[in-house]
Design a protein around this ligand. Sequence first.
Ligand SMILES: Nc1nc2c(ncn2[C@@H]2O[C@H](COP(=O)(O)OP(=O)(O)OP(=O)(O)O)[C@@H](O)[C@H]2O)c(=O)[nH]1
Ligand SMILES: [Mg+2]
Length: 651
Amino acid sequence: MKHLILGTAGHVDHGKTAMIKALTDIDCDTHKEEKERGITINLGFSHLKLPSGESLGIVDVPGHKDFIKTMVAGAFGIDIVLLTVAADSGIMPQTSEHLKIIEMLGVKHGIVVLTKVDLVDEEMLELAQMEIAEFLEGTIFEDAPVIGVSSVTGKGMEDLVTKIAEIIPNIEKRKSTDYFRMYIDRIFNVKGIGFVVTGTVLEGEIETGKDVFLLPGKNKKIKIRNIQRHGEQVTNVFCGDRAALNLAGLKLEDYERGMVLSDKQFEETSLIDATISMFDINYEMKLWSKVIFYSGTFECAARIHLMDKDTLKPGETAIAQIHLEKPAILVNKDKFIIRNSSNDITIGGGVIIDTLPLHHRKRTAKLIENLKDLADAILNSDKLFNLIKIELKKEKSPLFTDQLAKKLSLTEEVIIEECQKNNTGSIHVCLSANKQIMLSHEAHKDYYGKVIETIELWHEKNPILEEGLATKEFYGKFDFAKNEAGKLYLEVLMGQILNEGLLRKLGDTYAIADHVVKIDPKTKEQLIWLERTIENVGLDVPDNKKIEDLALYEKIKKDKLTMMLKYLARQKKLVFHQGDYIHMAIVDKSRKILFETLKDRDRGMNEKEIRLLLDSTKKFVKLIIGIFVEEGIVYQQTFYVMMTDKGKGLI
Ligand SMILES: Nc1nc2c(ncn2[C@@H]2O[C@H](COP(=O)(O)OP(=O)(O)OP(=O)(O)O)[C@@H](O)[C@H]2O)c(=O)[nH]1
Ligand SMILES: [Mg+2]
């Protein structure tokens, strides 16, 4: 069963509500004021059971020019439109305005219903038909069927139902998403039941008992107690359904018009990038324009900043950044309508291409090119691969495929399939720990270059050191500290550069393959000085600060001192242990003295005994024991230091 919604459109008084009543026996004008004024003010809802057993949701919109925002809210998410034109009055202003809105909202299927045929003769009917044909020329409904009906006599109603049924198989199934989304268009309190909200399910599905969020706003979960679809109790509703949800724990003060119900915690936005198209009306949009923005039931004042044009003339399209006056919950590809700031003309609309863009202060050629690429990818949803490419380009850092899938509301399988089919190198894919990592080719090239550049710079600053940098030393630079995909990617990247022969591995560091250690005569002298100074400390731990001060006297700055200490460690002149270091000669001397005594002590020696033996400090004893434990020649048991077999082998 397809889940579809049929909506009305057309000028005030042209018989929309009467037609729905004749079709479904439901009067959508339920409010007192509607009855008194004889016009529709609020959205009306009904449903139509087709001979096939399928049931369509129906949204009846007002035609009066004052209620365009209600019409936009009602038309948002419909699949088929019944554009009504009264045979006795023909095309009127809102016939045209509604059609433009319907086209802008992307409704692709429609029937033109010529109403009130009982009020005209054959000649008038023919004239009306000719006028309609001319009016529809060049619009998406150029070839739409035109059916004459009378809600009074019932004429044509059966034909209308037949036509609706004929269209249904041509309607494409909506793309599935892994989240539920619905604008609330009505909210009411039912005694003993609580709040009920209604809306058109735009995406996904939801079932009784599940939690949803009321967005934007507090991230409070609201439980769905009951669901009705077309007046009947059901356990779940799907996109394309009209739904009435009974919510537990909803407070009226939490609700505002334009809010969305979703099981996904969407990030709210008040800055979006979009394409904007102007209707073919006498109106020109300037570089910065104030407008009123409508999408679903959401409405707010907005400023439009054109990106690739300085003015937008009738019928033209541009890319723009839109600053919304209040936060909205929007999704890429959402359509919207704009009206002028005095809210008397509908001037156009567009499609959202980025719901969380950066603030574009400068309209650079590069930015415009990127925005055009993005628009192209979003607007041509069949080009899913483009969408993947653009997202990766925007993201820059590496992502696991499942992270990317989440961001694009696609499945991992779809992403893998799209890449297998279309990737000719613009996306870099690598595998690590059985997980697939993706990033744009540009970003990959960038990281590659930066790795080499950073190691080269390191060598330049540390010419006397043979080793380079360990992968973890790039985490900060690349902002990978909390990015697991980034860390794994870096490992693969290092491996790649290593295989290509540009890098050499030394311990856990990577050095440039042809890097040659250079020690100038002055540094040579300084190294001799430093080594001697540390050795002269004797059986004690050299004081870092003191060595630094002494080095400064010798005109050795801290960076250079660190490098020299590393060099001496690599040359096995110094031994480092937990941030402290001592000279190897001191280690050897201590080992000799200690082992001389330790070999005759079956119970081992405690730290105090060792300190007295070496005539040293507590700190030194701790350090030297630590070094010997690391060498594997002693071990500690409670307070006693004992020789290992390896240690005994030294005697
Ligand atoms: N004779 C005749 N009158 C009709 C027909 N359809 C509607 N009417 C009358 O036209 C008037 C307007 O009809 P509605 O159905 O309320 O028009 P609408 O398009 O829903 O109007 P809005 O919702 O306010 O835009 C009512 O008085 C109806 O009785 C028809 O087929 N024949
Ligand atoms: Mg009506």
